[in-house]
Design a protein around this ligand. Structure first.
Ligand code: XUL
Ligand code: CO
Length: 447
């Protein structure tokens, strides 16, 4: 990582965070994330492709549904809103450098203020993107993905692309057009569409069929624009089941895949799966990742964790079990290409200090690095794969293989079953499998 080029907004951390190993009791050191350590043919840095989310880290205020902001951030100062934006970006790149993350992610309205017209907003964004360009070149930290905030402004209350008023979609088009340009200028590897308010609260006033068609039409326009500008990165849809709307059109991975198939968009979009969104949809994180990966559609991951509160609490990932599964799915699909692990996570309301931002990210990075070592060990040992192969062996040859090839009729299958009699009752050994899996988790597998 390049030199720190701004005044220190984080004086409590004077140097870059280093790997000190499991024996270290330094809270400002990595215990597992050793960026250059090679695992399964790539460095940890290349596998995990960590990104910091600008919105939570730099713009988070600690507000919740019961109270407003509580943090005093030293970068929240300046004569104009553009000055504040510049200082916030300087502070962000100081943070990225000290944390040694290779990437970051932003929404247009996180990094630049909204103007009083489309043209003024575009000017503000361009100024700030030019500044980000300089900071990226100076530090080596680059954009994982960009996006547009199509949910905070009051005009988006009834949705952006799914709004009954095409003028609202027009404003969304302006933001997405400008945010795609910003992503291209900053060499972003991807561009994300999270639905925001694309959903509804009641069918009593909603034409669901048309709203979904509007959304598809909007995504087509955005895709065509990105391609016309030579954008080579990936376009992602990020599923989420509810919040802010009661019913979100991008409920979960399976719903998004079906939407993309319905509107013939499978070749143009991939999925960005977020842990806390999967659990809000009633799934595990691993389930949604597996649904996306099985369809060859897993693009990137928003790493975080939910709590029992029942809303999107966006905590840092600290749970080895869930994250070993996540890394397993990523390794088995051959790793990320354009995507990575973006920490869509924030410090708790009571974690007032800027140093808490370091503790949160260090903890998340170590959890995923540790998970990488364990997932690699599971794959190397091959025991889990052997078990799965044995369990599905009936489909490897004979009638099973013919079924998968589509070479058997229903009647032929009936005749075969009649000749075989009752199937054996074979235990799925779930309890044994769980205990074997835990051996990997608890052995720690490091050194
Ligand atoms: C909202 C969420 C967003 C997206 C980007 O729950 O996850 O921050 O990741 O718009
Ligand atoms: Co997210």
């Amino acid at each position: 990582m390049g030199a720190i080029i701004t005044k220190p907004y984080f004086p409590e951390v004077s140097n870059c965070i280093k790997y000190e190993g499991q024996g270290s009791d330094n809270p400002l050191a990595f215990k597992y994330y050793d960026a250059d350590r090679v695992v399964a043919g790539k460095t940890m840095k290349q596998h995990l492709k960590f990104a910091v989310a600008f919105w939570h880290t730099m713009k988070g205020t600690g507000s919740d549904p019961f109270g407003g902001g509580v943090y005093d951030r030293p970068w929240n100062q300046g004569a104009t809103t553009l000055d504040v934006a510049r200082h916030t970006l300087d502070a962000a790149f100081e943070f990225f450098g000290k944390l040694t993350v290779p990437h970051w992610c932003f929404h247009d309205r996180d990094i630049a203020p909204e103007g009083s017209s489309i043209a003024e907003s575009a000017r503000y964004l361009q100024e700030i993107v030019n500044h980000a360009d300089v900071l990226q070149k100076a530090t080596g930290c680059t954009l994982l993905w960009g996006t547009a905030n199509l949910f905070s402004h009051p005009r988006y209350t009834h949705g952006a692309a799914t709004n009954p008023d095409p003028l609202v979609m027009g404003h969304a088009a302006a933001q997405v057009r400008q945010a795609i340009d910003a992503t291209i200028q900053l060499n972003g590897q991807g561009y994300t569409f999270w639905g925001g308010r694309e959903g509804y609260t009641s069918l009593i006033n909603t034409n669901m069929k048309q709203e979904r068609e509007q959304l598809a039409a909007f995504l087509c326009m955005a895709r065509d624009y990105a391609h016309s500008q030579g954008f080579k990165g990936a376009l992602y849809i990020e599923p989420k089941p509810g919040e802010p709307m009661t019913h979100q059109y991008d409920y979960d991975a399976a719903t998004v895949l079906s939407f993309l198939r319905e509107f013939d968009l499978m070749d143009d979009f991939r999925l960005n799966i977020e842990a806390n969104h999967s659990t809000l949809a009633g799934h595990t994180f691993a389930h949604d990742l597996m649904v996306a990966a099985s369809a060859g559609m897993l693009g990137s991951v928003d790493a975080n964790a939910g709590a029992i509160l029942g809303w999107d609490t966006d905590e840092y990932p600290t749970n080895l079990y869930d994250n070993v599964w996540a890394v397993l799915v990523v390794l088995k699909m051959g790793g990320f290409t354009t995507g990575g692990f973006n920490f869509d996570a924030k410090v708790r309301r009571g974690s007032f200090d800027t140093i808490d931002l370091f503790y949160g990210h260090i903890s998340g990075m170590d959890t995923l690095a540790h998970s990488l070592l364990i997932a690699d060990k599971i794959i190397q040992d091959g025991e889990m794969d052997l078990y799965l192969e044995a369990r599905y062996a009936g489909y490897k040859e004979g009638i099973g293989a013919k079924i998968l090839k589509g070479d058997v009729t229903l009647v032929e299958l009936e005749d075969w079953a009649a000749s075989q009699g009752e199937p054996e009752k074979i235990s799925a050994r779930q309890e044994l499998r769980e205990s074997l899996f835990n051996r990997y988790i608890y052995s720690g597998v490091v050194k």
